[in-house]
Each structure stands twice: as C-alpha cells, then as structure tokens.
Design a protein around this ligand. Structure first.
Ligand SMILES: *Cc1c(COP(=O)(O)O)cnc(C)c1O
Length: 391
C-alpha cells in the first residue's frame, strides 16, 4: 500500500467497517492452533449441484452457439423457463420478453438496481439486520439508506408506519427479503398486501429478495411477493438458483416484475456486463423445469439438520424462533453477552464459528446467527460442545 499516491474513491472509503474481521482473525488463530472448527458461520450450501443440472451443462458447453456473447438480458428460452416456473409455483403470470431478466446471481441484480433509479439525495429503505448488499448498493449509487429495524416486537417485519414522513418523501426504492437472511422469518400475504398499498401511496419501487423461497420446512411453502394483488405494478422480485439447487458457484439468478424496473436494470447491465454464459442458462432451464424432483431431497436433508440443531439448542435453553425457512437460526445472546462477545466465547471455548448479529446492521445487536449448511453430525457435535462448556 505505502507509496501508492492515489487514494481510493469515496464509495470505497465509506464502505462500512468489516465487522466479521475480528471473528475471521480469531478463526484463523484457532485453525493454526489445530482446533477442530465447526463452521456455522456461512450460508453456502455444502452439498453438490444435482446431477441432471451438471449433465445439461456438460452437453451445452460443447455447442459453439453458446461460445459467443450472450444477450445481456438473458436467453429468451431461460426467461421463458423462469416465467413458466413462476406460473406453476406461484400462479404469477409474467411476460418473459419484458418482465424477466437473467442475472449473474441475484446479488448482481440487487447490486445494480439502485444505479437505475437512485440519484444523490434519494432514499432507499433497507431492512436491518439484512443482507449487506442492500445498503452498499444504495451507497454506490449515491443514495442514502434508511434502516427499517427488524425487531422481536414487530415479529422481525419492517414497521412501515414507523418510517418518518420526511424520509418517505425522498424514498424511491425499498428492499425486502422473505424468507429472511439472517432471521429466517417469512412475511405473510397480509404483510405483502400492506406493502403494495404503501408503495402505491408513496411511489416507491419494491425490490423483494426471494433467494430462500424454496428452502422451507414442514411442507409450508413461502409465498412470492408477486402473488399480492397489484405487486407486479410496484416492484420486482429477485430470485436465484444458488440456494435452491446448490448452485452458488454457477452465478445464475433472475428478476421478475414491473417491466420498467426490469428495463432499467437491463439497461445498467447492458452497459456493465454482457450477460451470463448461455451454457449456464441452459443448465438453469433444466433446474427450473425439474420442479420439485431435485429439491424435495435437499429440503428433507435441511429439515433433518434444522430439527437436530433446533432440538439441541432448545434443550440448552437458548431463546429463538424455530426457523420455518432458510438456513438460519437467529439466536438471542444470553444475559451478560453482546453479539461479539458471545460469538468470541463460542469460538474460543467450543471451536464453533457463528456470525455476530450486529454484522448485519445495528438492530441485529443482541443476536447471533447459526447456519445449517453442515452435516447433522457436526450440528449435533456443536450442541454437545456447547453443553460441555455450559454455554
Ligand atoms: C444467498 C443470498 C442471495 C443469493 O445470492 P446469489 O448472488 O444469487 O448467489 C441473495 N440474497 C440473500 C439475502 C442471500 O442470502
């Protein structure tokens, strides 16, 4: 670094401090000491991509027509598979030509959408705790974020009535996320209906992140924001094959919804990237057309893991809501601890990596997040270790 005479841009300099650095350092030190670490810190599926998807990719990769630049908005065949999947899964009708765009992972679309609508001075409403990409993408676009606190009192759903009037005047876009990372809470249909009314009244674009809609328990399928009456008029939904099909490394997702929002996003994309490799989109079509054949088995594995972890943690007397979806258990830290100190305690005394809740935004203080993206034996082992140290 020293000697380089040019400073970083403000957008880099003003990035929030990386709150997970302390825990990363502690983890590295524990690994160096030879500690057998149980990593309950990351939300990345540990299982391989299902075989039929890999086969489709192997076949597609040999075809010369896929070796050229793709369209930045995505292949019409992929977008049609997305629209068909929305119809079957949610009974939502979308025009693949104008209401669907292929993304290089949903993070790419979430990161780019503020660039299409946000000018300096505009406000973006973000759930907090939440996925860090929402505030960072807001800041990169020159916007100002307003945190909507997700608290136990409001059942971890944004309290729309609590957003100040002067903020609402400047608000242009709202991010929402259900099933939620990090709380695992599912928003119900009445909430989505309120959001549609609110968006219409205050002229706000809703950007709903549904990355976890297919990771659910006890057979209870979460609904799509776009199922709410009028939702297609006010917003878009971001989706991803990452979590549903164990495809985080492939980078394939999509957005569905209001044509003007999709067009804005597509316009940014056509100037920033050239779309996703068509062979990956071909594999994505196979994934989407498989419906539940590939995912039922995965859900059964996650259900077993969730049940092991939840039962174990309940036995220990920890306070949390049993997750109905997603990979996460959002746990209140015991009395006398902060998010950071409880995370450090579990790592130092039990070799368990978790994520401090305040890393997802200030209202996450007082919580830690545990993930189930590891085997049920390791989850049981984590509970045993916590019992031994009396957590
Ligand atoms: C994992 C995740 C995503 C998906 O990211 P991709 O870029 O599609 O891999 C989106 N939103 C949230 C909240 C996530 O946790």
């Amino acid at each position: 670094m020293s000697g380089f005479p040019i400073s970083y841009a403000q957008r880099i300099k003003t990035l929030p401090p990386y709150l997970f650095k302390a825990i990363d350092d502690m983890k590295q030190a524990a690994v160096a000491r030879g500690v057998d670490i149980i990593n309950l810190g990351i939300g990345d599926p540990d299982l391989p991509t299902p075989e039929p998807i890999i086969k489709a990719m192997q076949e597609a990769v040999t075809k010369p027509q896929h070796h050229q630049y793709p369209s930045s908005s995505g292949m019409l065949s992929f977008r049609t598979a997305v629209a068909d999947w929305y119809k079957r899964r949610f009974n939502v009708t979308a025009d693949p030509k104008t209401e669907v765009v292929t993304l290089i992972g949903s993070k790419e679309g979430i990161g780019h959408v503020p660039l299409a609508f946000i000018d300096p001075g505009d406000v973006v409403l973000v759930p907090s705790p939440g996925y860090p990409v929402y505030p960072v993408a807001t800041s990169f676009a020159g916007g100002t974020m307003h945190e909507m606190a997700l608290t136990k009192q409001n059942k971890f759903l944004p309290d729309l009535g609590a957003i100040p009037k002067d903020i609402l005047k400047k608000a242009k876009l709202m991010f929402l996320n259900s099933p939620n990372n990090p709380t695992s809470v599912i928003a119900d249909k009445p909430f989505f209906n309120r959001v549609v009314d609110f968006a219409k009244e205050h002229h706000i674009i809703i950007c709903h992140d549904a990355a976890y809609s297919e990771i659910y328990y006890d057979g209870k399928r979460p609904s799509s924001f776009l199922e709410a009456e009028g939702a297609m008029d006010v917003g878009v939904e971001f989706h991803s094959l990452s979590k549903t099909f164990n495809m985080t490394g492939w980078r394939i997702g999509f957005a569905v919804g209001r044509a003007e929002v999709i067009a804005g996003l597509a316009q940014i994309k056509s100037n920033m990237d050239s779309g996703q490799f068509q062979a990956i989109q071909e594999a994505g079509i196979t994934a989407l057309e498989s419906d539940d054949q590939l995912t039922d088995g995965l859900r059964a594995i996650y259900q077993e893991r969730r049940d092991v972890l939840v039962a174990g943690l309940k036995n220990l007397g920890l306070q949390f809501e049993t997750p109905a979806a997603a990979f996460y258990v959002w746990i209140e830290v015991p009395k006398g601890y902060t998010s950071a100190s409880f995370t450090a305690h579990l790592l130092e005394k039990a070799g368990i990596v978790t994520t401090p809740g305040n890393g997802f935004g200030a209202p996450g203080e007082g919580y830690i997040r545990m993930t189930i993206t590891t085997t049920k034996d390791r989850l049981a082992e984590a509970v045993d270790r916590m019992k031994k140290i009396g957590w």
